[in-house]
Design a protein around this ligand. Sequence first.
Ligand SMILES: [Zn+2]
Length: 462
Amino acid sequence: MTLRLAVVALATLLAAPLAARQQAAATLIITNGIVITVDGDRRILNPGAVAINGANIVAVGSPAAIAARYTSADTIDATGKVVMPGLINTHTHAAMVMFRGLGNDLNLMDWLQKYIFPAEAKTVSPEFVRVGTRLALLEMIESGTTTFADMYYFEEEVARVTKAAGMRGVLGQTVIEFPVPDAKTPADALARAEAFAKEFDHDELITPSLAPHSVYTLDAATLTAVSALARKLMIPIQIHLAETQAEIALSQERHKMRPVALLESLNFWTPTTLAAHGVWITDDEVAVLRRRDVGVSNNPESNMKLSSGTAPVINYRKAGVNVGIGTDGAASNNDLDMFEAMRQAAFQQKLVTMDPTAITAAEALEMGTLGGARALGRGQRLGSLEPGKLADVIIVSMSRPRQQPLFDAVSQIVYASRGDDVETTIVNGKVLMRDRTVLTLDAVRVLSDARKAADLVRQAVQ
Ligand SMILES: [Zn+2]
């Protein structure tokens, strides 16, 4: 061996482990995709790559830069596909998928009082909630939702199956004044909520929450008690707020005040309060919600289907209120597809304002991701692809005829894509669906259980 060759060999020997040492370990790298970050600069990297380690995003950059810095046992090639933050459904009642298609074409009060409340009274049990929630989880994972905010009964059961499926949830135990399947009185519901909050305290995926149904189904004393318990437990509140004109009238009749004024008078707002709907809200009330840092969930499909009205989303955004998007329960939508919800959120505002720029595709996407995270008080850790955020990521196929040609990825996601286009869903760094196969739920079993439970619903409404 010549001296020169020996030096080269020695340099190679030294360089290899040195390079390996400079590369950090990642658990998953997604590379070569069109990465829509929803970061502060709203960067779109084409091509881009995302490195995930454990539950966290550790880097976002060009494929070459990520390959130089990270090694990973698992890599997903996302060539030609969109990589984006998972969608955040800020308002739903997951198990209500079991009432999908029941009592259509009615207004909210008729639909609730004639169909939903009576059917729930006869059917809702822990097992029914587990079966329904699993069906909803399957639908949500398949359509790219990675966090959902829920309001229902037996919320500890919702939490257990949500955690088992690897999904993230802000799960609200319902408090309502009449006897319901999991609580005879509001006091029972509050006790149940406290036990639930303790069971899932500091859980990685589950954020326990309190869900006082509305000002028209609760008295002032109970609303105050809910607020006090939420403060004591330091958990978020979710409440239906100003959803319909009928709610405003009921509030005036019962409390002699509009819903926002009532809650303001009770000092109801806590550090994290999410108002679902917020449709019939005046400019002055927008200012109150801003001042109290209340997040709003806009549910355009439910609001249109039940003819509830149109939320003043433009006013909220101008005032600096955090607005996310929700599907509402499947029974008033009738699906949990957040792509369609984003599209309708944009279209509804364009229509009522007669201004096509009212909500742009980028703004709808922001509401479906980061806006929702902020509305739920989780903006620091969720809603965008950035180092330090939790790894809730989806990969969306762009190969369908309706997605071609591809000039503008954001427009294509909001205006032309559907939940079915999602190929891979990742929550907390864990792959829940890969290439359309859900890994954390047995889809065949979930569907057959739901079909069986549907017989209970059929009997209940006969
Ligand atoms: Zn609702």
